[in-house]
Design a protein around this ligand. Sequence first.
Ligand code: F6R
Ligand code: ZN
Length: 191
Amino acid sequence: MDILFSSTTFELSSGVLRGENTESTVKQLAQLQGVFGDETAFRTMNQSKVIYEVTSHMQVTEGKSGGLFFGVSKIHPGTVGNEYFMTKGHFHEKRDTGEYYFGISGSGLLLLMDEAGECSAQRVVKNSLHYIPGNIAHRLVNTGGDMLVVGACWPADAGHDYDSMLERGFPVRVCRVSGEAALILNAEYTP
Ligand code: F6R
Ligand code: ZN
């Protein structure tokens, strides 16, 4: 029997994931309609600007019970108005499925929200580890000046529910106020 090398590599220090069974998706500003609070600022920006990229290693078919996916998200630095670039955010379609996130480089926040709308935030930095329990919506926000790079591992049958997120949204927005990141209640947010 031969001892083989894996044909996929993951470089811990940079977050570069490449090789067999990996695929990348890019989210440009135009695909994030309705996500940011300042619609005027949103409209005036270059709609093809890349806000984040996700590379995932998917060795099993999506939906396979007992399978796992592994991925790396890179959220670019920047703001729409004064609101930091962030991911769309989602609940898992199969609600009771958890996920691990871990910080690789950069700095940001992980916003978490339960189905009742209760929200909390965790700082994401190099080496921080985050367990996201089932039934919790999650979103990454880049509050730093560099790329925020975050690794993740989640069940292959979790799926992603973006629609409930867009309908309700997180109750807080992460904004730059006097040069610092601040959590602003969505109800009190004025662009
Ligand atoms: C997978 C997961 C991450 C996100 C990625 C992009 O369950 O949580 O891989 O998919 O950070 O964020 P969304 O999916 O919200 O656009
Ligand atoms: Zn997820």
